[in-house]
Write a protein that binds this ligand. Structure first.
Ligand code: NAP
Length: 311
């Protein structure tokens, strides 16, 4: 295939995004060529849509089938079902993927589900690791029905947390959160039954500020995201250490730069999905062209996956 369909940043297109034919990628020696079957959509993709130069093909996570193995022999052979992470280019029929970010998808895992795992699930896993040991400790997760939040809540429960407080605007989904392992669901972090040793915050703004109030002594709040888009304003006594609040840490986070082996982390998470212990959560599947109105509007319900067909 010399050219392929892709969602491309274009200055004159509505919301800078359109479907086009573009040259197929030419992999470097450490990259496998993958025929994309499904690609995930993440909040950062929309931020990049607004900032990336014209001609950029968006998309950071995908699942598909290897159509040409890496020339240096480092990756899986042709025909293998894989999932992976790229710096961009996943919203296309083909993408060149560095084998350091490529794993074999277990037979029992649907490729569409696998495509949603690299960014959200690795972020949830690494954010929990930043917070320290989970076993026997209390964990709070904000934005709990979101992609990262739901996976963090589930992983905290699987990891043996003594309590998992989920914070959500969507009270109607508290039964679902309970299924994931939440021991309580609140709309305001200050309503939690007890302070948490580890807080995974994906919302920012007032939610972060309140969650920091509910961070236990020597506990850590990991600031993963800013879904609310609000500024964080801390009250004057927020950094007070007296009254049993000493030693709390407010920690920034950037998944690609956090320690860990990408391939090992993704393989571990896909194994949990294969074993039925972790849910990938695909809510909405659209082909490239069909997804354009949603991506332009920046709004859809739940987790969106782009489904592609090869040629
Ligand atoms: N630092 C990193 O490396 C890294 C990695 C991955 C993601 N992120 C960031 O983490 C955040 C969450 O990512 P995600 O993929 O989980 O996003 P998502 O699926 O869109 O989930 C975000 C959740 O935040 C909650 N929320 C609360 N107030 C909100 C508001 N005003 N507007 C929108 N959502 C609000 C919602 O959950 P409820 O309905 O339950 O309240 C929503 O489902 C994003 O900001 C993303 O960019 C950062």
């Amino acid at each position: 295939m010399d050219t392929m369909d892709a969602l491309v940043v274009e200055e004159s297109a509505p919301q800078r995004l359109h479907l086009d034919r573009v040259p197929a990628p030419r992999p470097a020696t450490h990259e496998a060529l993958v025929e994309v079957q499904a690609a995930g959509v993440n909040p950062t993709d929309l931020a990049l849509r607004d900032a990336a130069p014209p001609g950029t093909v968006l998309g950071h996570e995908l699942a598909g089938v290897v159509s040409r193995e890496a020339a240096d022999g480092s990756g899986p052979p042709v025909g293998t079902g894989v999932a992976g992470l790229v710096m961009g280019g996943a919203w296309a029929q083909q993408v060149a993927v560095p084998t350091a970010g490529l794993v074999v998808v277990p037979q029992g895992v649907d490729l569409r589900a696998a495509a949603t795992m690299p960014i959200a699930a690795i972020s949830a896993l690494r954010a929990l690791r930043v917070g320290g040991a989970v076993l026997g400790r209390r964990v709070m997760v904000t934005g709990a029905t979101g992609a990262v939040g739901a996976l963090a809540a589930r992983l905290a429960s699987l990891g043996g947390a003594s309590g998992v407080t989920t914070v959500t605007r969507s009270e109607a989904r508290s039964a679902h959160l309970r299924d994931l392992g939440a021991t309580e669901t609140v709309t305001d972090p200050r309503d939690a039954v007890a302070p948490a040793d580890i807080v995974i915050d994906t919302v920012g703004g007032a939610v972060l500020s309140r969650a920091f109030e509910m961070t236990a002594a020597d506990g850590t709040l990991v600031s993963v995201g800013r879904a609310s888009g609000e500024d964080v304003v801390l009250p004057a006594d927020a950094l007070e250490g007296a009254g049993g609040r000493a030693g709390r840490t407010l920690r920034t986070f950037f998944m690609p730069d956090e320690p860990g082996d990408l391939r090992a982390d993704l393989a571990f998470l896909l194994r949990l999905v294969d074993e039925g212990r972790l849910e990938a959560g695909v809510d909405h599947v659209e082909e490239l062209g069909g997804a354009l109105p949603l991506l332009r509007a920046g709004r859809w319900a739940g987790r969106l996956v782009l489904a592609l067909r090869g040629e």
